[in-house]
Write a protein that binds this ligand. Sequence first.
Ligand SMILES: C[S@@+](CC[C@H](N)C(=O)[O-])C[C@H]1O[C@@H](n2cnc3c(N)ncnc32)[C@H](O)[C@@H]1O
Length: 312
Amino acid sequence: MSEGAILTEAVAVPDSADNPDPIPVSPIPAVNVASVPQRSPLRYPGGKTWLIPHIRHWLKGIEPRPKLLVEPFAGGGIVSLTAVMEGLVDRCLMVELDRDVAAFWHAALRHGPELCDMVQDFEPTREAVDALSQHVPETVLEHGFRTLVLNRTRRGGVLAPGASLIRVGEGGKGVASRWYPRTLVRRLSDMAVYAHRIGFCEADGMVMLEGLLGQIDSGCVLFVDPPYTAGGKRAGRRLYAHNEIDHARLFALLAETKADFLMTYDRAPEIEILVHKHRFHAVRVLMTNTHHARIPELVISARQVFHRVSSG
Ligand SMILES: C[S@@+](CC[C@H](N)C(=O)[O-])C[C@H]1O[C@@H](n2cnc3c(N)ncnc32)[C@H](O)[C@@H]1O
């Protein structure tokens, strides 16, 4: 199975005539995520590979081409990497609070060749992974490598406390089933070509946004993908070590900014109220997750980015 095949698929859901939904369906066609280039070396829980066609549509519609994309909750960074590597923006700035994830980005962007060597030399046995997880890293390179190994050997790529190792995995290969050294080296090497255009900052994305918003000019755009914890939802708490977000404050900050933004959320009544309050636009996309559960996601913006082209 390709890595993409385990990811989610976005499909449009028609409204029934007698029960129209106030949030329109996104007109962007369903995407097979296996067909979208996987550029991030991380298997990120809540990763937005499925959103890439929406991201392309959004950024291609902005004239002139944005100079800077800021991603305050970067995680696996698929949106930032794709935007830079496909020439949709000049540069990106990824911001992430998690120390382990931050160490990975520092290592990948500043020590790419050494990280590639470590990936090639590693034998992902259960013992080796256990030993690595107990080792206290002495350098950012060691720390970043440890994050990459744990991310690719734990179930669902979850790094938060309590995450367990892959047991059976793909083809019965256990912890090694998602460790593809050649693919990882290729993604790291591809990224290194663009490293001078990719900024990374270990920081609180909310604090960064508060400081940045007044200074933002029209050449800057924001992609905002916070942990989904509105309305007491637990997914975001289980998946990420950092998950406390003041959602109302985040919406208020975005309502103040002149920067064009795209934000994603799962569909919760609290979020719909905030969308309405700030007169934002939202479209919905139905996700099928790895457990075949259907989860509606919202793609939110200040202006109408995704025009409805048909009713179903
Ligand atoms: C939904 S995930 C982002 C996934 C990402 N868009 C991707 O495609 O991989 C949310 C991320 O926000 C991070 N996070 C949580 N609180 C944060 C904060 N206050 N500042 C910065 N990052 C934060 C989490 O560690 C997690 O990596």
